[in-house]
Design a binder for this molecule. Sequence first.
Ligand code: F6R
Length: 632
Amino acid sequence: MINSLEKIPVSIFRSPMEGSIYAAQQIANLIRARQMEGRNCVLGLATGSTPISMYKELVRMHREEGLSFRNVITFNLDEYYPLERDAIQSYWSFMHNNLFDHVDIPASNIHLPNGEWTTDEMKRRCMEYESMMDAVGGIDLQILGIGNNGHIGFNEPGSSLHSRTRLITLDYSTRMANSREFQNISKVPRLAITMGIHTIMKAKRIILMAWGMKAPIVAKAVEESMTEHVPASLLQDHPDCRFVIDTLASTELTRIKSPWLAGEITWTPDMTKKAVVNMAIKTGKPILSLTNNDYNENGLGDLLVEKGDSYDINLEVFYSLRDSITGWPGGKPGNQLPNHPERSNIIPKRCLIFSPHPDDDIISMGGTFMRLNDHGHEVHVAYQTSGNIAVTDEFVTRFLDFAVGFEEMFGIDNARSEQILNDARSFLQHKKPSQSDTEAVRAIKGLIRRGEATATCRYVGLPEGRWHFQNLPFYETGTIVKNPMGEKDIELTMELLREIRPHQIFAAGDLADPHGTHKVCLDIVLESLKRIKEAGDEWIKDCWLWLYKGAWQEWDIAEIMMAVPMSPDQVLKKRHGIFIHQSQKDMVPFQGSDAREFWQRAEERNANTANLYGALGLTRYAAIEAFVRWDY
Ligand code: F6R
């Protein structure tokens, strides 16, 4: 649908993979067209998590379809400063690992700003970088990602439309978001060299890619006024720029979020709920107080015409929200309520909570976790990954010191143990920022998180044996970049499912973040369930899947199918459960752009959901955890 609200053309793809294939095809078409004309093809390239699948697809095209890069000249957008060129976090390394080392591009055709340039030569080098682009006829196709603050390249908010390649100071939020590439925020360089906005705007054609969690900034850049505070919005002035996004990154665009404002639509019950809830939030009125006038003034005149009167529509939506609230997440014994979110005919249930990291269970559904156990259900938790990468070196060193002290204190003389401890301590003392942990250090870090998860299960009151550490192999790369889901991951998960035969599964439903651990963990659960279903296991017919959101987001209120309220005391109990994860307190390495601690985020989010329900005219609880039932 072409939409007048969108000031930049946007193509929406079902998944990041499909969007990446489209972008790779655009690049390949251009390279081939130029080859036919005997000309070079000049590409502007980006790094970060967004373009990784696109580079994979280009490498595949090179290997399987003979796409040659002999006539390709590349200029990368940016590089951290200062940083050795071959550090694992450098964009030079990123580009070689993801593309250049796997295709036939001549080394002399590759250009990147260099994190080793001295400050004295910086101005001259930056000017030369621009001149080199001009000398080869300018960039034919520029690939961009987008930062959560709207940056393109590393042009942070406030960058001028006239800016060129230069040294800039990174925003704190950018350093936070990119801390996943480094050990922790303090190790992320404060500066970077980046092409300017003017440099980017000179490209003949631009494709900006964005997936998942970038939805809010995508909508801002595309629909709101152009401003240097949102650098990507300046692309509205480019004659040939297109945003390539996936379904999740499109959710804040008006045509998706409020399609009734962007054209004619079919009024399904879900759409009606979404529209009415949005209107109530916007007008600040409880649902049952909305009038015909409100419907007309908020672009819902069509709905009114179709359904008759606001009173009937209000009631329909109100009841649907009311029926989603339950303090009985495993079903209410003795009650056969047709509209209750869970079945009450099977009680007690066997429940299985999949927790991608060792703390997602308590952070994202701690209240429900405790409630299920208190109600006598047989609750199991499967910790899908070891989470070892998120334990800092300082933290593990403290544990090593403890172990050494313990041995000394009790005169334990075990050569093997002593060697492991000494090796680990000396490794950590001399570890370079670019170095990955040894297997032993990784294992010890994993053990620390395992201990925290076990303590949480005991705190909740689970009997021994109800927690399962899966240590899924896709995660165990020792680096931030994880493997894709593999057969072994699925095999281990199917085995556990068949052992427990749950009536109820809870899994982290973070459909966004295509390269994140949560998404892979969900894919593994979905694939395992699919295979078990295909194999015809009888128990799976009675097994429902509920999704919760990880630490970063919450479901849209209109999507929520089960809302589990918590009292102030339960909120406090959940907070203390989160505190048990001491290795994740204060400053965790891979936190994203949100500086708050997990307990704060969880509490604020649960309170917000409760307040929203209250504002819509339903009972106002202290906090609510929210779930969506997934039809697998
Ligand atoms: C990287 C770059 C940045 C990223 C942006 C998004 O070369 O120029 O603008 O595109 O920070 O990063 P990811 O893709 O990691 O979310």
